[in-house]
Design a protein around this ligand. Sequence first.
Ligand code: C2E
Ligand code: CA
Ligand code: CA
Ligand code: CA
Length: 279
Amino acid sequence: AKKNGRGNFQFYTPEMQVKIKEWLKLEGELRQAIQRNEFVLFYQPQVNLRTGKICGLEALIRWQHPQYGLLSPDRFIPLAEEVGLIIEIGEWVIRTACQQNKSWQDAGLPCVPIAINLSPNQLLQPKIAENIIHILQDSGLEGKYLGIELTENVSMESPDKNLLIMQDLKSCGVRISIDDFGTGYSNLTYLKQFPVDEIKIDKAFVRDMTTDFQDDAITSTVIAIAHTLRLQVVAEGVESLGQISLLSQRQCDVVQGYYFSRPLTTKACTGFLAKDPSL
Ligand code: C2E
Ligand code: CA
Ligand code: CA
Ligand code: CA
């Protein structure tokens, strides 16, 4: 409680009250955003360092808010998690990504896996694997053209249940990536426990690796461990040619970042895929 000018106690300062009002307003709008078709997916290409060809896409959500414009996920995903809307939004993401990838394939564009981000609460859903498999069937997309990205923290919360979910998805060919690798609290044992295909090195390590020998050492070590375990390595947040040549020296497999492309609208991504030399 906080003492105000008249000697009374109030629980919130006026600034806090404004913040809470904004949140409640945003929550109401978030509830309607699916019906109003206000979410959009952007797609960021991933490039194979050896071939220079596009080898995957990551779907990243945005909210085209009627008043505030295009909102990044950091502005509304935490709220969606808090109020339970992440389940519905997450399902929309999986469905949209699968349908879009299928229609690119049907248009004769390169067939590459599309990865979606799965939040902790989504993984706690009782039928998450069944739901994803169902969406795959509905869209007609083969399982091997879908990937899911999980953070390290997620995968340790209830390891037995998560193992079953991952095994169900793997049996349909779905690829599993550990996102933001190196920033979580868990240890390396889950790389052995879980059927992981890929590690994504967090952009915090990639950012300064050309100037900070510790970040370079961490990145190199993660790549070495991953390769020993037969896992593919993606470096995130790659913005410069210097980073690319160093990552290439360090045997990194795949890069993703502004250097090759920012996350693209559906239309722009169609153009990017059409220009791909692997066609
Ligand atoms: P993330 O999964 O780690 O995604 C990578 C973020 O890095 C994206 O931010 C991307 O736009 C940004 N990025 C890509 N290349 C570069 C680069 O070269 N430099 C820098 N500085 N940044 C780069 P974005 O799109 O704002 O997404 C933020 C986070 O929101 C994501 O982090 C992910 O955790 C979450 N998110 C995005 N879409 C979804 C979704 O559909 N569902 C859920 N649950 N979370 C999502
Ligand atoms: Ca991700
Ligand atoms: Ca990441
Ligand atoms: Ca992140």
